[in-house]
Design a protein around this ligand. Sequence first.
Ligand SMILES: [Zn+2]
Length: 524
Amino acid sequence: MATAVLLPQSTPSDYHRIISQTLKIPKDTKIAIPVGILACQRDPLLRSLKTFVVSTTVSQPADPPAKKPAKKAVIAPTLPSDPLLEVILHDTVIFPEGGGQPTDTGIINTTLDGKTWEVIQAKRHGGHAVHYVRVKDGDLPGALLAFSPGESVEVALGQEGFTRRYDHMSMHTSQHLLSALLETRLELPTLSWSLTSYPSPCYVEIPRGMSPDEIISIQNEANRLVFEGRRVHVEVEELNPVQEKPVPTLDSGRTVGRGLPDDYTGGVKRVVVIDGVDRNPYVYSISSSVEHNSLNRPTSCCGTHLPSLHNLQIFLLPHTDALARSTTTNARLYFLTGPRLIDHLTSSHNLVTSTASILSCGAPQLPDRVKQVVDERRKVEKRLNDVETELARVVAEDLIKEYRPQTANCNVYKKHIHRVDDSSNVLGFLSAVSITFTNLVAPDAKQYLIVLTSSPSSQTTSSTTVVLLFGSSDRHVKKIGDGLKSKLGVKGGGKGLKWSGKYVGVWRDKENVLLDDVIQSGEL
Ligand SMILES: [Zn+2]
């Protein structure tokens, strides 16, 4: 029997392992702990922390970008119009964006005035995490005082911030697992990945598409490791830039992942290890993703990771999307886990059950029932077309019957017919009438000018009445067409012997009278 294993309430003490004798976490609260060994990275389940302000400046808004930025899968936080402070703390539980993982949001409580401040984002500047603190009500002097260097504060994720972080950690740790399996089982390196905005699936970019069998086998393997609850830990040492190899490049010239950011000055190298995911835990098992490539060498990841794979059931969307570039066979594999997987299951279930209820069947019968409805609709459409064609002929023949005897005593036979039709193609129907009429009229027949109008059975101010005008002389057709435009506000136009247009609004008897006036008073 399966037993649910819950995520520990706190991070295990052996999660964060400093593997260098010389690397120490700075204790002096006047200096900032560098990105790489921040509390959020040492203890990813920690939600709040008492610490001290190291520096504070007023944030200068960046110039708007010269050109519109490319559409991103990750939505950047919208900055408020309030002034912002850029605050560096001695330590923090708020993760600054980096390595593919978006920024955390959170709050800071200042001890001096007992106020709570909103942290709308955190960014890495060089080796430091900078908190962007919102100054409400414009009290900058008060804010600067509360955030004076040396002041004590409590920095926290808050419930909303932790929910956001938990989702990010779930997706990021799953991506490491997924990339490691793709690399070691299928020799598919991860070229990049995207931690998209909730609740969209995230994806890894790989050099080729995958077969359904490959996708299932990787998903099964991942979930076996999840079921075992493999542990995750982080190994940290000083960064030796000389030892860092350049990022590998594929034959296509595409780099595999990214190296350390050029402006990173934290001086710390972090490796994320999923226990025994591979034969050689140190060399292979690592993490492998964008910010660190996966080609058989440990490289760094600055993200926050869950201390185990518990509850990280992975669902791979059962297809890969080819990237539409002629020079590449690269593809995206989408995945879901944790809160996003639950969200996806809930919304998919709701879609299926509401559709099944509309069609009065159970979910398993949906595909057959939908096919049946679509087939029936096709048949009905065909039947409707046949009937409309026949109806058009009847209307045209009635016109001909009336037209013939009248030709003896007038120059031009003029006629308006108004109809009520709820057809999906009213103009097509009216055109069919005109074509049949024209075909039935003898070539040497007397002149004629006919206007057909058709309104829907239920009209509102936005309803459309279709107008079709046809005759035996293009001069007559143009003249009456112009009259319909100016007297009735019909929008339309035509060429030769046909003119068509639309009238928007409720078509009443008044419009019929106006139209008949236009036809009868026009000297043809
Ligand atoms: Zn990573």
